[in-house]
Design a protein around this ligand. Structure first.
Ligand code: NAP
Length: 262
């Protein structure tokens, strides 16, 4: 069976890489794209000519699709994913920056429509392991700070991976405010974001792709757990795997770690 895919964000850095991945896989067929530009035109690629829509509703009304992939931005991605689920089209969402409320809303929709949906803040297997190792380490090292570094075109901060890491660490760590109880910021924001006392520092620079270091401190020792995505190919195996897996789901799964056996 060929899995018919609609992709949102085909001009983007992730979208461009995802198109290559889809075209290389004989089990996948790209049938349409959603893009706010070039609507009404066709995407010409490798002898393939597929329609481009600027409106998700029109797209899902017009083409027959099995899976929708979103690689856009949080606002557009949330709207697209809701529209896909309303059309009972399974969704694989790489777009990061959704709030907990938005994820809960999508989860309820997926359940109501018995339609699979995978949302993963990070599709790189190395990053999944980095998050899981951090969760393990938090049992022994409750003192922790997170430094995440991304390219300077990234819209959301902290990154979805940073937030997810903090959530996993919270499962193994009592609530605790990191740093001195009376510490003072002489420059606002210097201590980073605060998630249940865990500090998250976001670096945004050209040249970076996606990098994260989780630093644990203990008596006379530190432990650093670090992952680097050197280019966007690092995310494609996870998206490929999720497209295959979402076909078997009738609910929402958040995080690739809940999909693979670790
Ligand atoms: P990007 O290069 O900025 O691409 C985003 C694309 O979405 C752009 O082409 C943009 O068009 C398009 N877009 C914006 N609004 C739209 C709308 N309303 N309808 C259709 N298309 C729209 O960003 P990227 O680096 O590819 O990243 C895309 C998303 O993936 C981000 O949320 C990023 O954080 C996330 N990401 C996830 C992972 C993961 O593993 N889950 C890894 C890397 C990145 P314009 O150029 O006109 O704005």
């Amino acid at each position: 069976m060929t899995i018919k895919i609609v992709l949102a964000g085909p001009r983007g850095k992730m979208g461009t890489e995802a198109i290559e991945m889809i075209l290389k896989e004989p089990k996948f067929a790209l049938v349409a794209c959603i893009d706010r530009k070039n609507a009404g035109e066709a995407l010409q690629k490798n002898n393939l000519s597929i329609p481009i829509f600027d409106d998700a509703d029109t797209c899902f009304d017009s083409v027959e699709a099995d899976v929708f992939i979103d690689l856009t931005n949080p606002e557009a991605g949330f709207h697209h994913t809701k529209t896909a689920l309303n059309h009972k089209i399974r969704a694989v969402v790489g777009t990061s920056g959704f709030s907990t409320e938005q994820i809960n809303e999508l989860s309820e929709m997926a359940e109501t429509h018995h339609t699979g949906c995978i949302i993963a803040p990070n599709f790189a297997i190395g990053a999944i392991l980095m998050m899981q190792f951090s969760k393990m380490a938090a049992k022994f090292f409750p003192d922790v700070e997170i430094i995440e570094k991304h390219h300077d075109q990234k819209m959301d901060a902290p990154s979805g991976t940073g937030v997810k890491t903090a959530q996993l660490i919270q499962e193994n760590r009592e609530s605790k405010k990191q740093g001195h109880p009376n510490e003072i910021e002489t420059v606002s924001g210097s201590r980073g974001g605060d998630m249940d006392g865990i500090r998250i520092h976001s670096v945004r620079l050209p040249g970076l792709v996606a990098h994260q270091e989780v630093i644990f401190g203990g008596a006379g020792q530190t432990l650093s757990i670090k992952h680097d995505s050197l280019n966007r190919l690092s995310f494609m195996d996870g998206i490929h795997y999720s497209v295959l897996q979402v076909m078997k789901l009738d609910q929402l799964i958040y995080g690739l770690e809940n999909l693979i056996e670790l």
